[in-house]
Ligand binder design. Structure first.
Ligand code: F6R
Length: 608
């Protein structure tokens, strides 16, 4: 949600800023801008994708060696040139990721003092506030601290001052920010992909620490102006992992990475064939003491939670419920002894998930985060963290992160079942072998169906709306299949528990309404067949996704069918998820859409 970059060093800054912004465009892409510092500050910005900004910069001579840049996901003010960042005042230029909640009162007060606002953004109030405070004594670190004390909300700021060419200042609260020192100079960014071409070592400054970047390096200051040390972290992603590698889109590349990501994740958490998390709470007896599991997340991660809740209840017989993070803390949930809260997040920066985590911690509930981005806010603040080594996920639509989240939850469910005395080691080992070996192979085999699924997808490109139906675990999967389709193809779709359809929504079924029916769960197979008959007899066109064994066992009516090369077990979810992701991808690609950057969305939602 908005990408910010900065560079100061021995080379021209502009190309580095633009390549950094290009690597961060997944965070927001409705407008972009840069500010460059030499004798004076120059700001260039443009509505539209980064390419529009590049076009505007063409032909200029841009030798400045210090600058900041931004790619925006609009919150306050339409995506037009004047709302794009950086926001410049006489003394500075600022880029911002986050939301200043008290911007209206600040703006009113600043306008009264004579500041002339040029945008409708919340950010400009922070820029003018800092401008005025900086004007008092020209001490950037002190001025930033004084400014942020007056701000409510979340922010990661990058600032350059007109009278300090060669220096960039940055600070964050509840928004991601990293800084790094490389051969060429010092870098500032919202996320690792912007830095990968230059360095793999970076600092993720603590909240409220002011960073100063110069050609010589990076320093950090606390609110008394004292220099403080920050921990250097390294990332094990390669530049290649953050490139498309010959695939047309990141999304399809990331779907194809699922077999490996699953294998890597499961192997990482297995020892002698059983789940082992190198964590005293999860490996010891403490796991047996939990009476309830609450899984909290947003969007796709929340859908992984639905799968996890099924599996925890099924195997460990521990009540498990899923909460939408944005609702959780406002619902004043009843929490207590015996609760374990699991937070799921690819980015580890989702504002609602972070807020839910803080709420649970304040109530004394133990928290466990399952996160893909090492060192991210959710990972740092949770009591316990399990990383999903899926590698960078760049496409806005989450795919491989979902699969590995489900895999880690499966391992937790097995471990909990053992701790509760519900599963012996022999059975647990069998499930783990299946997860480690068979599941990645099944997902690989599912990928071979890509062409077949593409053919089905082409027939759906003109659909106005469609349904996903399933029962039991398939019901959880349908929610994700449906979300994937609507977010990237812009076709309205609904996920329904197959048995619930007849209680209302079946009135929407008419001749040729496409219905994706998912059938992988044996004990509800006959019920699913009834639901399929019900919609077909009302004219629906049923596209059946079914496991091999169920297809062999039952006579099922359908219009199109994809036989999943997997057998029905609780772990069928992985192959089936891949198939539904492929369907969504091919529909969006066949509609000629920008699959990796769907409209109105951004990868990491760092505002509430
Ligand atoms: C959809 C998607 C989103 C995210 C959600 C949570 O494809 O990616 O629904 O799953 O915004 O993001 P994280 O997992 O980063 O907390």
């Amino acid at each position: 949600m908005c990408g910010i970059v900065g560079f100061t060093g021995k080379r021209a800054a502009l190309p580095l800023l633009l390549s950094g912004l290009s690597a961060l465009e997944y965070r927001g892409y409705d407008s972009a801008g840069v500010a460059l510092a030499a004798e004076r500050l120059v700001t260039v910005k443009s509505a539209g994708r980064l390419s529009c900004l590049q076009q505007k910069l063409k032909g200029g001579v841009w030798g400045q060696t210090c600058g900041i840049g931004h790619t925006r996901w609009a919150t306050h003010g339409a995506p037009v040139d004047h709302n794009a960042h950086p926001h410049a005042t006489p003394r500075l230029a600022m880029v911002h990721n986050g939301i200043i909640e008290n911007y209206a009162e600040l703006t009113a007060a600043l306008c009264e003092q004579g500041c002339v606002f040029r945008s409708e953004t919340d950010t400009e109030s922070a820029a003018w506030l800092l401008d005025g405070i900086y004007g008092e004594n020209h001490d950037p670190v002190q001025a930033i601290f004084k400014t942020i004390k007056q701000l409510r909300g979340s922010f990661a700021f990058g600032v350059i001052f007109a009278d300090r060419p060669g220096e960039i200042y940055a600070v964050r609260r509840d928004s991601p920010l990293i800084v790094a020192q490389a051969e060429e100079g010092s870098f500032l960014a919202s996320d690792v992909p912007a830095l990968l071409a230059h360095t793999k070592a970076y600092y993720r400054p603590d909240e409220g620490v002011v960073c100063r970047l110069s050609a010589q390096g990076v320093c950090f200051f606390d609110d008394e102006g004292k220099e403080v040390a920050q921990r250097l972290e390294t990332v094990d992603w390669s530049v290649e992992q953050a490139r498309k590698d010959g695939f047309e889109h990141f999304m399809i590349k990331e779907i194809y990475e699922e077999p490996q990501a699953l294998q890597r994740t499961v192997q990482h958490y297995l020892k002698k064939g059983l789940p082992r998390f190198q964590n005293p709470m999860l490996d010891g007896d403490a796991l047996a003491s939990f009476k309830r599991v609450i899984l909290v997340a947003c969007g796709t991660a929340m859908h992984a939670g639905l799968v996890g809740a099924y599996r925890i209840e099924k195997m460990a017989r521990v009540p498990a419920r899923v909460e939408i993070a944005s609702e959780f803390r406002y619902a004043d949930p009843v929490l207590g002894t015996g609760d374990l809260m699991i937070l799921l997040s690819q980015s580890g920066e989702t504002a609602d998930t972070l807020a839910a985590l803080r709420h649970a911690k304040a109530q004394g509930v133990p928290t466990l985060a399952i996160v893909n981005v090492v060192g991210s806010s959710v990972a740092r603040e949770a009591d316990h963290v399990l990383y999903t080594p899926a590698g960078p996920e760049i496409a806005v639509a989450s795919t491989k992160a979902y699969s590995v989240q489900c895999a880690v939850l499966e391992l937790i469910a097995i471990r909990m079942a053992m701790a509760k005395g519900r599963m012996d080691a022999h059975r647990a080992r069998g499930l783990c072998v299946q997860l480690a070996d068979h599941v990645p192979a099944e997902v690989l085999a599912t990928l071979e169906l890509s062409d077949r699924i593409r053919t089905l997808a082409v027939a759906l490109t003109d659909a106005q709306h469609l349904f996903y139906i399933g029962r039991d675990l398939d019901c959880a999967l349908c929610t994700e299949g449906s979300l994937k389709l609507k977010e990237i193809s812009y076709i309205h779709s609904e996920a329904y528990a197959a048995g619930e359809l007849k209680h209302g929504a079946i009135s929407l079924i008419e001749r040729d309404t496409p219905v994706v029916a998912l059938m992988t769960v044996p004990h509800v197979a006959e019920k699913m067949i009834s639901a399929i008959r019900e919609v077909r007899s009302r004219g629906a066109r049923v596209i059946l996704f079914i496991t091999r064994d169920l297809a062999e066992r039952y006579e099922i009516p359908f219009d199109d069918c994809v036989q999943l090369p997997v057998s029905s077990t609780g772990q069928t979810v992985f192959g089936a998820a891949t198939a539904l992701q492929l369907l969504a991808y091919h529909v969006a690609a066949a509609r000629g859409l920008d699959v990796d950057k769907p409209r109105n969305l951004a990868k990491s939602v760092t505002v509430e």
